[in-house]
Each structure stands twice: as structure tokens, then as C-alpha cells.
Design a protein around this ligand. Structure first.
Ligand SMILES: [Zn+2]
Ligand SMILES: [Zn+2]
Length: 412
């Protein structure tokens, strides 16, 4: 199969894929991959396969195709293709919750000497790197990466990238418990979809609705949360987007838990867990176990709660997600407290404080904690995070942590 025919067949696959005939599209692309003699075409068809497998949640296949892309790029000795291959490798690892590997492949991308084409990929690399740092609960570096990604998006007028970064920023502020910002950013993403998204895939709409839903739930606006989550789930079902279906199920379960409707929450946690286990989303699984543990606590089934927390901790340790570990210790402490098991209480307190220390979850101005309740936060351009009220009273003395002088608030 020569260059022209390869191109035609790739286009045919794309049309099928866009009209939701995924199996047929995959069939066409796999044939091209077997038969083409054009290395550039091979690289592109691998790219299509990577996107499709990512959206279906088949991350191991995604990883396999990314490695093939890198081999192809090496044969062609093309630095732009090589950068793109490594970006896809980083993304596959991000999806498989291999966050350390993701960070290191992202660094490989950023160090490559590509042309302007590969420079345009840098925004996406920074986004993936931010997501990986967030997976490792390294909040400052995550914010720093997101800010860079946002700058690339603005400079290149890349609204799709901006939309994705806004969703990730929503996610980080949910974790840091500044729920006003957690809602602001996905709302901004939804606005971008409304203003520019006519030709975009519906997954952008689904993604922004999902992140809005999580923020609404945290703000206890449960009817709004439900509405956004239903909208997101509807699109995820239409598109066979298994990873998003699982996240929506988890969020539905959490909404029911907020309403103390434990019996409605459990089956949704189960369904979410089944998909997440299948696709390899271990971070999602850890969140399911945390939610299940909280349900058992509502039912005063302390042993079952501890069992769930144990599972969450194993997953969190495996991924290096410290925030999840912190939550496990916090909840365990409460359980042992109620049982008056003082030794166990002390053990959990020590571990909890270790986590707080490692996460640097305190404000450098007042010294009090960040992220333990809903408070307004502000990051400086150096990405150090403070209470908004502390920055306002601190005046213009510069960042107390790194002594950089600029105090004007950054983008994020
Ligand atoms: Zn403070
Ligand atoms: Zn600083």
C-alpha cells in the first residue's frame, strides 16, 4: 500500500470513527498498519489507533502503539515524530497511573531538539506532566506545569488545550479544597466548548460537565451536581467512553453518599470499580475504596470501613499518591478514636502528620494548613500556594517561600 492509498484509508477510518462506527474504523486502521509501505502514514495511523484506544480505556494497547510510533520515528530519524511518540508514551503511562514514568517521559519530550512543530506539542506535554505530578500529590509542581500549559495554549490560541487545562485545574482545586476555584475553571472550560466547540468532539463537553459536577458536589449543590453528571454520562455512553463512564459512576455514588443514600451508592461504587479495574485506573479504584469506607462509616460498620481503607492505602502506596494515604490515616484515626484504641490512634496521627509534612500542605505566611477545609487559595507566579487572606495582609513583600519578588497573582 503506497502513500496515496494509505492516506485515503486513514481518512476513511476517521470518517467511520467520527460517526461512532469504532469497530469498523479500527478494522480499517489495523489493515493500513499491516499493509502500508509509507513510514509517515504508518506513524499517522498509529496516532489514530492511540487516540481510539485511549478513549476506549484500552491503555495497554495504547502503550504498545506508542512504542511502535517511537520505533517508526527512529527509523525515519524525524525529531518531531519522535517527540510526538514520547508524548503518547507519557500519556499512556499517565492513564495507567505510572506517574513517575510519565514525568520522566515528559522531561524527555521537553529536552528534545525539535522544530517549531514539536514546540507546539509542549503545551500538551506540560499538561500531562501536571496531571502526573497531581497523581503524585506534588501540588506546586502540578500548578507550575498547568500554568506553563496554559501559557502555551494562550500563545498558540489553542482553545482545546485551554479547555483540558481548565478541567485539570478544577481537579487540583478540588483536592486543595478551594471549591470556588474548583468550579470556576471547569465552568470556563464549558464556556470554551460553547464558544468554540462546534467542530470539537463531544468528549470536551462531557469532560467539562463531569468536572463541574464534582465541584458542585463538593459545594453541596447536589441537584446541580446530578444534572451535570447525567449530561456527562449520557455523552460517555453514546461514545463508548468507558473511562469517563467509570468516573461518572463514582461521582453518582459520591452524590448518593452525600445524601446518606448508602444503598444507592454501593451498587454505583461497584460498577465504577469494575470498569476501573478492567481499564487499569488505580487512582479511580483508590477513590472508590475511600467512598465505600465512608459509606461503611455511615452504617457504623467499622471493620468493613477499615478493610476498605486498607485497600485504598495499598493502591495509593503503589502509585505514590500521598493525598490518598493522608485521607486513609485521617479516617483510620477517627475509627480507632471511637473504639478508644489509643495505641492505634497514636500510630495513625504520626503517619498523618508525616503526610502533611511531605505534602507541604501549609501556608507559608500563617503556618496553618491548606487543603483541610474549603478556603480561598491563591498561587503566586512561582506556583507557591497561600491563603488568599494571608497574601492580602502580607502586602508586597514577595513570596515568603522562595523570595521571588513578584506578588501579582498568576493565571491559576
Ligand atoms: Zn495562611
Ligand atoms: Zn514562591
Amino acid at each position: 500500500m503506497g502513500q496515496d492509498q494509505t492516506k485515503q484509508q486513514i481518512e476513511k477510518g476517521l470518517r467511520l470513527y467520527q460517526s461512532n462506527q469504532t469497530d469498523k474504523a479500527l478494522h480499517v486502521w489495523t489493515k493500513v498498519l499491516e499493509k502500508t509501505s509509507d513510514p509517515g502514514g504508518k506513524f499517522r495511523v498509529l496516532g489514530c489507533l492511540i487516540t481510539a484506544h485511549s478513549e476506549m480505556g484500552k491503555y495497554k494497547d495504547m502503550l504498545k502503539y506508542a512504542l511502535e510510533q517511537i520505533d517508526t520515528a527512529r527509523e525515519m530519524e524525524d525529531p518531531d515524530y519522535l517527540t510526538e511518540g514520547y508524548l503518547n508514551l507519557a500519556r499512556s503511562n499517565e492513564k495507567l497511573c505510572e506517574f513517575q514514568k510519565t514525568v520522566s517521559y515528559c522531561k524527555t519530550c521537553l529536552n528534545m531538539q525539535g522544530t517549531t512543530v514539536s514546540l507546539q506539542l509542549n503545551g500538551q506535554v506540560c499538561l500531562s506532566m501536571g496531571n502526573a505530578y497531581l497523581g503524585l500529590s506534588v501540588f506546586q509542581k502540578a500548578l507550575e506545569s498547568y500554568e506553563k500549559a496554559l501559557r502555551y495554549a494562550h500563545n498558540n490560541d489553542d482553545k482545546m488545550l485551554e479547555c483540558r487545562v481548565c478541567c485539570s485545574l478544577g481537579n487540583i482545586y478540588v483536592q486543595l479544597k478551594d471549591y470556588e476555584k474548583a468550579l470556576f475553571f471547569p465552568c470556563k472550560a464549558a464556556e470554551l466548548v460553547n464558544d468554540y466547540g462546534k467542530g470539537w468532539s463531544l468528549k470536551y463537553r462531557a469532560m467539562s460537565q463531569y468536572h463541574m459536577s464534582v465541584a458542585y458536589r463538593k459545594l453541596e449543590r447536589l441537584a446541580d451536581a446530578m444534572e451535570c453528571c447525567e449530561e456527562s454520562m449520557k455523552i460517555a455512553l453514546q461514545h463508548g467512553d468507558r473511562p469517563l463512564q467509570a468516573l461518572c459512576l463514582l461521582n453518582f455514588a459520591d452524590i448518593h453518599r452525600y445524601r446518606h443514600a448508602v444503598d444507592k451508592a454501593f451498587p454505583r461504587y461497584d460498577s465504577a470499580l469494575a470498569i476501573m479495574t478492567e481499564i487499569g485506573n488505580r487512582l479511580g479504584q483508590a477513590h472508590v475504596y475511600l467512598g465505600v469506607a465512608k459509606c461503611w462509616l455511615l452504617k457504623k460498620e467499622l471493620d468493613k470501613a477499615l478493610e476498605s481503607l486498607q485497600r485504598a492505602q495499598e493502591l495509593a502506596d503503589g502509585m505514590g499518591n500521598k493525598l490518598c494515604t493522608l485521607k486513609v490515616h485521617c479516617l483510620s484515626e477517627g475509627i480507632y478514636q471511637s473504639r478508644k484504641q489509643q495505641e492505634e490512634v497514636r500510630e495513625q496521627v504520626v503517619k498523618f502528620l508525616q503526610c502533611v509534612e511531605e505534602l507541604e500542605l501549609y501556608c507559608g505566611i500563617c503556618g496553618e494548613s491548606i487543603g483541610d477545609r474549603d478556603q480561598k487559595l491563591q498561587a503566586l507566579p512561582c506556583s507557591h500556594i497561600y491563603h488568599l487572606r494571608c497574601l492580602q495582609t502580607n502586602g508586597t513583600k514577595g513570596c515568603p517561600k522562595c523570595f521571588k519578588s513578584s506578588m501579582k497573582p498568576g493565571f491559576v
